[in-house]
Design a protein around this ligand. Structure first.
Ligand SMILES: [Zn+2]
Length: 277
């Protein structure tokens, strides 16, 4: 099944490039929060993550939520919210969005969830269970903001682990298996452990029959998987498991070497084209 998709930058933050890649520049660079709108032939509009939001920027104006600014100094205007951009560029109303796949629960991936009242959510049970009972400080140090979560999230949520697990054969080797999210072979969720607990990417074919692999934060820049460059070791503080992160990155590097035609797309790489640019 072939799926048309559009890429959006939903807010930006800036850090030293060296944070994302060990031999990067010391000077600050801008990291977009990329999100994706997939047009599934039978399931309609499916979003992969929702980026930052102007709601989050408002929340961050007051202490103690202003502490999020140290981790994620966000820049976003209301017209750049994912819901606003979808209407502007594709004439998609927020009520039309029926499914949002969540790669993980860091704020720069979930800050727009409240803008899509009719969406069901697909996320990993492991990631959700790890966060749902956290207190304010515990959430903050894990870059998770409970205020961004719909109150009825649990009722609207389907777990990736409940989908059928499928052997992907040689398609994206050395990654071996994925979860067939809609039981139709269209979109597979692939575990990419290390960055956050229960961190997932997705694989599908685009309208040109190319394989698209959205890898979220398995790496922050394309150069990281192309050259197998780890981020600065200070980021061990934000990664869930450094050893698993390295293994996942090395697998992405091998995949790229074996099949350079596969489009591997990290969620914060400034080289990826997006709507309006
Ligand atoms: Zn993240």
């Amino acid at each position: 099944m072939q799926i048309e998709y559009n890429t959006y930058a939903v807010g930006f933050c800036s850090h030293s490039e060296r944070t994302a890649i060990q031999d990067g520049r010391k000077s600050p660079v801008v990291f977009p929060a990329l999100c994706f709108a997939l047009k599934h032939p039978t399931k309609g509009i499916i979003l992969f993550d929702t980026g930052f939001s102007s709601r989050f920027a408002e929340i961050c104006k007051k202490f103690p939520d202003s502490l999020y600014n140290f981790l994620l100094p966000v820049k976003i205007k209301p017209e750049d919210d994912f819901a606003s951009q979808l209407t502007k560029h594709q004439n998609i109303r927020c009520e039309e969005v029926k499914t949002i796949i969540i790669s993980h629960f860091h704020v720069d991936h979930i800050a727009g969830l409240l803008d899509f009242p009719n969406a069901r959510f697909i996320c990993s049970r492991e990631s959700y269970e790890a966060l749902r009972h956290l207190g304010r400080l515990g959430a903050l140090v894990r870059a998770y903001c409970p205020k961004l979560m719909p109150a009825n999230f649990a009722d609207r949520c389907d777990f990736i682990e409940n989908a059928q697990s499928v052997n992907l054969l040689d398609e994206i080797s050395p990654f071996e298996f994925g979860y067939d999210l809609f039981a139709d072979g269209s979109i597979f969720a692939v575990p990419l452990p290390g960055h956050a607990k229960g961190h997932f990417g997705i694989v599908f074919k685009n309208k040109n029959n190319e394989t698209i692999f959205l890898v979220s934060d398995a790496c922050w820049l394309s150069r990281a998987y192309k050259e197998f460059k780890m981020p600065h070791f200070i980021t061990r503080l934000v990664h869930h498991n450094w050893h698993s992160y390295r293994k996942t990155l090395s697998q992405l590097h091998k995949l790229h070497k074996n099949k350079p035609e596969i489009k591997i797309i990290p969620s914060h790489c400034g080289e990826i084209p997006y709507e309006g640019h």
